[in-house]
Design a protein around this ligand. Structure first.
Ligand SMILES: C[S@@+](CC[C@H](N)C(=O)[O-])C[C@H]1O[C@@H](n2cnc3c(N)ncnc32)[C@H](O)[C@@H]1O
Length: 214
């Protein structure tokens, strides 16, 4: 299983809104105000690309966006999005196979790491860390079991989602990886942290403080 969402690309957004209403969207849209003007942005696992239109509403031009998505079907839907005058390069690859010399100002990984088993999460973290500028921002949004009450329903919902995706043969993860220690280890600082959907969705903006090499 390589976490490719081809099989449900046409239904993913509907399913997401049915279960989470607009929480997954709101968590990501709130972070966009932190994108600096005229910056280089890397989006990994952007799904159907609705985020590109949200970015374009806020920044109609000046951004150089690289959009890496493993699902060819998700990518095809994304390519039809209205990105206004931003320059977008679409890359049909798993992030593990993507190589670049660009150092990005911002990296977005919305609901990416909760697909990964620990080994892949660690590898992709180090890879992306190497692509982010010093003082660059990393927007991460994922499910979380850490905060608030109602742990039982979160656990149940999370496991139902993992079972559903396992049945379809899509997602390799069996449990959530807590990515916060990875950021701590590389001296990132939290710029903003917000929770959504009764604390089941965690959206964090991290700032990279020093240059670390992979
Ligand atoms: C849970 S969906 C989230 C989609 C989107 N971020 C959203 O919130 O609507 C995860 C997306 O990541 C993509 N993906 C999974 N593993 C990937 C990888 N290794 N490299 C690039 N994209 C990946 C999947 O194809 C899917 O579109």
């Amino acid at each position: 299983m390589n976490n490719n969402y081809d099989k449900i690309a046409n239904h993913y957004d509907t399913l997401s809104r049915l279960v989470f209403f607009k929480s997954q969207v709101n968590a990501q849209v709130n972070q966009l105000q932190y994108i600096p003007k005229n910056s280089a942005v890397l989006i990994v696992g952007g799904g159907t690309g609705w985020i590109l239109e949200e970015i374009a509403k806020m920044y109609p031009d000046g951004l150089k966006i690289v959009y890496v998505e493993i699902s060819a079907k998700m990518l095809a839907i994304s390519q039809k999005r209205d990105c206004k005058n931003n320059q977008v390069e679409f890359v049909s690859l798993g992030i593990e196979d993507f190589r670049t010399h660009i150092l990005f100002d911002v990296i977005l990984t919305p609901f990416l790491f909760d697909n990964f088993a620990e080994k892949r999460a660690a590898k992709v973290f180090e890879q992306l860390n190497g692509y982010l500028k010093r003082d660059g921002l990393w927007f991460i949004v994922d499910f979380s079991l850490d905060k608030g009450d109602g742990k039982w329903w979160k656990w149940l919902l999370l496991n139902s989602m993992y079972s559903f995706f396992k049945l379809l043969g899509i997602v390799e993860a069996n449990q959530l990886i807590n990515m916060h220690p990875y950021f701590l280890n590389f001296d990132y600082q939290i710029v903003e942290q917000r929770f959504y959907y009764r604390d089941f969705i965690k959206a964090v903006i991290y700032k990279k403080n020093k240059m670390t090499f992979i």
